[in-house]
Design a protein around this ligand. Structure first.
Ligand code: SAH
Ligand code: SF4
Ligand code: F3S
Length: 434
């Protein structure tokens, strides 16, 4: 049977897609690149904001049309599956099975039941070994950089966030198991790993996260280690030290701030004040100048006043983030912030988002400008030059690089090469191969 998995959402969800693809491949199913070729389509979905959930229903609508023309099995997994469970069948009766986020390994069984003609097949149970996934089964898309789960779930309770409901409480993968996976990846030719968790720095699989980073960095053959994502309250001095001193740890930190107003942070239950967030950045000391720093913002959180928003704009400027992701608050079912009065006009929210993004655009340009003239290592991310003649690459600082290599140079995919940065635009750096 030919299958196609469509994934959206965060890196953890991307990686779940790779695990699910592996589970089906091991059973002899054949992966294909499009819905048209597939006999089984699995939607691996996200519910972090309303827009992501809309996508679930619009994709399901598209699949219903296909299903009217020919036989097709349709499964739904990811956060909306865990959240909605059997309610999904009511809204979209053409779904054959629903798989929860904590029951990935049940996929082959659910598919077999659906193939056998059973309807409304579902497993949204919490399997305690979900995070202990056999790495030999995972079918990774990239051949140079690998995603590696270290924790699942989240023990924080940000009032706007659906993740604790859809991913459950934290479960940590034992340190030795993480190391064994990374070693086998390095032996298999991977040069970079990204350690994954909703909050990697609360890691407790037998050592601290900082210790885990140090141990992973000793694995032979690895060039860069990245991690996603960090909660400021669990960002320790020890982690800051490793980040700025260990040459294998890529010089990039994503540390979500959400708002620059203490009043809003409190209503979000973020567990820190702006001053405490800034103190975490101080942990980096002078090493901070070597890193790029990015963050997340939510604008238009219920009750956010002009003054609160101005406070966010001030912190944005003060920290001068190299990049940020910003979103308008999206009310999520079952989250505590639903009880807060959300009466700010949509127009005001969009205006604030636009202002924040314009300021960030200027900061990002300034951040990019600082690279001009520097020579830095970058990893080749394409198998050949684009039609414009340059290669796409990425730096340790997570900058997108357009690299000119000369007409007769062929650069191996995944290779680290030295680049001299020659120009900076808002979205990428132009560079020449050294
Ligand atoms: N675990 C990560 C967050 C994962 S969600 C962390 O704590 O950093 C990624 C980002 O989506 C969050 O940082 C937040 O900025 C945004 N987000 C989450 N829930 C949201 C909501 N209900 N509305 C708008 N943005 C939201
Ligand atoms: Fe959501 Fe907060 Fe947990 Fe991040 S730390 S996943 S925002 S509850
Ligand atoms: Fe989306 Fe779930 Fe990730 S809601 S962002 S797929 S944890």
């Amino acid at each position: 049977m030919k299958f196609h998995i469509q994934t959206w959402g965060c890196q953890m969800n991307d990686h779940d897609g790779e695990k699910l693809s592996g589970l089906l491949s091991v059973e002899g199913f054949e992966p294909v690149d499009s819905v048209e070729q597939a006999e089984l389509v699995l939607l691996n979905t996200c519910s972090i904001r309303e827009k992501a959930v809309h996508k679930v229903y619009s994709e399901l609508g598209r699949l219903r049309e296909v299903k009217q023309r020919r036989p097709l099995l349709v499964g739904v997994t990811g956060c909306p599956a865990q959240q909605e469970q059997a309610a999904l069948f009511k809204r979209a009766p053409h779904i054959d099975f629903v798989l929860g986020t904590m029951a990935l390994k049940q996929l082959p069984r659910l598919v077999a039941e659906a193939q056998a003609g059973m309807t409304r097949v579902m497993d949204t149970g919490e399997y305690p070994d979900n995070h202990l996934f056999p790495s030999s089964v995972t079918r990774r898309r990239d051949t140079a950089k690998a995603l590696v789960t270290i924790t699942e779930g989240c023990n924080h309770a940000c009032t706007y966030c659906i993740v604790p409901t859809t991913r459950g409480a934290e479960r940590h993968r034992p340190c030795e198991e993480v190391l064994a996976e990374v070693r086998s990846l390095a032996t298999g030719g991977y040069r970079e790993v990204e350690l994954l968790g909703q909050n990697v720095n609360s890691y407790a699989g037998g050592c601290t996260f900082a210790e885990l980073l140090e141990r992973v960095s000793e694995v032979e053959g690895l060039e860069w280690i990245r991690f996603t994502t960090s909660h400021p309250m669990n960002f320790t001095r020890e982690l800051a030290r490793v980040l700025v001193t260990n040459p294998k740890v890529a010089p990039f930190l994503h540390l979500p701030l959400q708002s620059g107003s203490d009043r809003v942070l409190k209503r979000m239950s973020r567990e820190y004040t702006v001053a405490e967030y800034l103190e975490r950045l101080e942990y980096l000391g002078e090493g901070r100048a070597k890193l790029t720093l990015s963050t997340d913002f939510i604008v238009g959180f219920p009750g956010e006043t002009d003054e609160d928003f101005e406070a966010t704009m001030r912190v944005l400027d003060e920290v001068a983030f190299d990049g940020s992701f910003s979103f308008i608050y999206s009310p999520r079912p079952g989250t505590p912030s639903l009880r807060l009065k959300d009466d700010l006009p949509v127009g005001v929210k969009s205006e604030r988002l636009t202002r924040l993004q314009q300021s960030q655009g200027r900061l990002t340009q300034a951040s990019n400008d600082r690279f001009v003239g520097r020579q830095i290592p970058v990893r080749i991310e394409t198998h050949g030059p684009t039609e414009h003649g340059w290669w796409l690459a990425r730096s340790g600082e997570w900058k997108t690089i357009h690299l000119v290599a000369g007409p007769d140079r062929s650069l191996p995919f995944g290779e680290l090469v030295q680049a001299r940065i020659t120009m900076a635009s808002p979205h990428f750096l132009g560079a020449e191969l050294v």
